[in-house]
Design a protein around this ligand. Sequence first.
Ligand code: BDR
Ligand code: CA
Length: 312
Amino acid sequence: MSPSARSLTRRKVILDCDVGIDDAVALALLVQSEKIQLLAVTTNTGNVSIEKTTRNALDVLSLLNAQSIPVAKGVARPAFTILLENYSKIHGLNGIGEVELPASEQFVDHRHAIEVFAELLEEEPAKSISIAVVGPLTNFAMFMKTYPALVDKIDRLIVMGGTTSNGNITPVSEFNIWADPLSAKFVFDNVSCPTSMVGLDVTRLATVNEEELDRWSRNSEWGSAIAQMVRGYLDINSNGWPMHDALAVSILIDESILRFESAHINVCTDSDENYARTLCDFKQEGDTSGPLISVALGVDLAKFRSLLTKLM
Ligand code: BDR
Ligand code: CA
């Protein structure tokens, strides 16, 4: 198949991220997969400040030899960044495990992230673009508020965030939701395109270990740099480092990696012990006025790992 014919059949994706070590792995999967055409990367305030997540997005794309993909900055949240920098150093101070990447020569796109969402959705036929948000939902909520009529044009929204069981910031809340619960609430209460929540229930199982990182290092220069980032990732459990964001985007390449069940999701925003909890009502016994969201509850780890092995 000629390259132009192949690009016609690729799934068009925008990645909204806060790079971030597992965000970098998600970027690598999307860039490497021949099933995906990554149209743009937009950045969020999250793991580190927007300046750092944007710098990291540019540098990781350049590392992957994909510097022509536009990178646009989203909402800066200076107050949240100050809070975070005193709180969590899970991805290292620079967001990528203190690995120093060669600086990309590419400039940040002049448009705001939400203008990039809007322009691409306006240009392309309805239902031809999927958006994956693997950081806080700030940009996406702002996009929904500003361009409500364009949300229906999205083929699929994937959100890495939330949990139906234990959290990773509080006993019940997950980082991306905790970082901006009001935006998450707005999205889960109002979104009008098919939406999936890929939370800690499945992502904390999707680990890579030292052996896998050795293989990435042997395979390529970029694999080696990303393996080094993962070794600096403080999010680690007895099986290795969870690739939260990579698992979330993997379903754009192979849908059968995750199993979903539908629920209404209530994001708790009161300042109590349930702050930022994603309460998933699978039996639809509570308020059913909002949209049904598909919540990932099962993962085929063998399939996910073989995808990583193929692409990293
Ligand atoms: C999420 O939080 C971030 O630290 C990771 O990049 C991932 O998006 C996991 O809770
Ligand atoms: Ca992330």
